[in-house]
Ligand binder design. Structure first.
Ligand code: 4AD
Ligand code: MG
Length: 477
């Protein structure tokens, strides 16, 4: 049997029973006859108060051990569960023994080794530097419990709706987004290779896979192969982008969820995205109440009301062309509203996305039918020949949280798009086979897990919602 977690001990109704507490010390206070040790184990926010009473024949060895106990030490404490006289907790432990698994040097220690997480407020910037210890704070305990719960809700949604979980490769030879921002994977030492062959370029036929390979930017193309065979699939895995964007919403390594559905057009895709997001928001509201209350108090005021409203209201749907008109209209009344002037054909900047969600829709917006030039090659061309069946789901504070589309299912048109975008159709022959043999209309989208967690928690920086962030110039731990 695994040890009982503090969250269950705190809910115990049967008093006077013997309990064993295992966890880390949050605080110790020594007051005349009483020594209070608060212990937490991360199963919930609250720690449990363990009280040692010197006047009740406290064992000398226990008293000696208590002098070694500081914030951060790991301990096992035995005692009886008793009603707590302190406010804010129903029970506490009348403790009689303690074992220290590992000490932690205290604040008063001259030693530079003093435990970095003393009981005070730390900045998120400082905590990023100690990403191996930050899960011990309330903030990061809450983020990790929320992250885990949201991941589970995502699986539940798709499993309940007959989607099959698909594992797509992490190492690939193709560039799904055709954007060229990929990390190369090689076992060759470039300098040795060049010296060896006295060539100016490296011969990748000598490489591990016999060709140039990369970390995947998306599992979509592979997901399409399975959607056009078993109808509904979703991927959920790590994704890599070597974009040089040092922003609060970009990571070089992030987790993406990509559903792909056969016999579905863009409208079906939009309905799915909206229904899916609302399901996940409701899961957070129902299953992470304590965490959301914490975020509402310390991170983003009003986040619970806001999530509730969003989960109950219809998303706004708007075409790219209409969106640009709204932005242009806004510029007419206030010419310096945006740093980047909006015009038909421009890629929407995050300031534009912010305006559309916060000022125009006052909530999430799904923007569709973007100009083909600013979107990927695989999106279905509209009859106007200028726009594609793309959709981006934008949310207040963050902008894009989902990107997706109906896929081009016509072989000739797809090859045309590849050529127009400077891609070699031969490199994608297997992908084109899906249009050669039994092609069907199909659609899908990608949700960035970290952007979802940012939206639900209100955390401003994406580096604070993933355990070990990888971004430009940052791959510590
Ligand atoms: O819009 P993107 O690039 O779309 C795709 O990759 C498609 N293949 C998805 C599909 O249709 N199956 O990325 C999808 C989402 C974005 O909306 C965003 O939430 C997230 O992935 N994302 C990132 N998250 C963190 N850091 C980055 N650098 C991200 N790039 C994209
Ligand atoms: Mg996108």
């Amino acid at each position: 049997m695994l040890p009982k977690l503090i969250k269950y001990i705190l809910q115990e109704k049967a008093l006077s029973q013997d309990v064993t507490i295992r966890g880390w010390v949050r605080t110790k206070r020594d007051m005349k006859n009483l020594i209070f040790v608060e212990v937490y184990d991360g199963s919930c926010f609250a720690g449990i108060q363990c009280t040692f009473d010197r006047s009740a024949n406290l064992d000398k060895q226990v008293e000696a051990a208590l002098t070694m106990v500081n914030t951060g030490a790991s301990v096992k404490i035995n005692g009886k569960l008793v009603p707590s006289p302190a406010s804010g907790q129903a029970v506490e432990v009348a403790a009689n023994s303690i074992i220290i698994f590992g000490e932690a040097p205290g604040e008063t220690t001259e030693d530079i080794q003093a435990y970095p997480l003393q009981k005070k407020r730390h900045t998120l910037e400082f905590l990023r530097e100690i990403a191996h210890l930050r899960p011990r704070t309330n903030m990061f305990g809450a983020v990790s419990r929320l992250r885990s719960r949201l991941s589970f809700a995502i699986h539940c949604y798709f499993q309940e709706n007959d989607f099959h979980y698909l594992h797509t490769p992490i190492i690939t030879a193709g560039d799904c987004e055709g954007a060229g921002s990929m990390f190369q994977v090689t076992t060759l030492d470039p300098i040795k290779e060049i010296k060896k062959s006295a060539a100016t370029c490296i011969d990748y036929t000598n490489d591990f896979f016999g060709k140039k390979t990369f970390l995947t930017v998306s599992g979509q193309l592979e997901a399409e192969t399975y959607a056009t065979a078993i109808s509904r699939v979703y991927t959920f895995g790590p994704t890599f982008r070597a974009e040089n964007s040092n922003t609060s919403r970009h990571l070089a390594e992030f987790w993406m969820i990509e559903p792909e559905i056969a016999f579905a057009d863009l409208n079906d895709n939009m309905t799915l995205a909206e229904d899916f997001l609302k399901y996940v928001f409701n899961a957070a509201l129902n299953e992470c109440q304590d965490e959301l209350k914490f975020f509402d108090t310390y991170v983003e005021k009003g986040i619970i009301d806001n999530l509730q409203n969003v989960a109950n209201a219809k998303f706004t749907y708007i075409t790219y062309t209409e969106a640009v008109k709204e932005l242009e209209k806004a510029v007419v009344s206030s010419s310096d509203l945006f740093e980047f002037k909006p015009y038909w054909g421009c890629d929407l900047q995050s300031e534009h996305e912010k305006f559309l969600t916060e000022k125009v829709a006052k909530g999430p917006v799904i923007v569709t039918d973007y100009p083909k030039e600013i979107k990927a090659f695989y999106m279905k061309l509209n009859d106007d020949g200028k726009t594609v069946r793309a959709m981006d789901v934008l949310v207040p504070r963050l902008g894009e949280i989902i990107g997706g589309s109906q896929r081009e299912d016509n072989l000739e048109k797809l090859i045309n798009r590849m050529n127009e975008m400077g891609l070699n159709p031969e490199d994608y022959s297997w992908y084109l086979d899906l249009r050669r043999y039994g092609t069907v209309p199909h659609s899908g989208f990608g949700l960035g897990l970290e952007r979802l967690i940012q939206y639900v928690s209100g955390m401003a920086n994406i580096r604070d919602v993933i355990p070990f962030p990888r971004a430009v110039g940052q791959a510590d731990f």
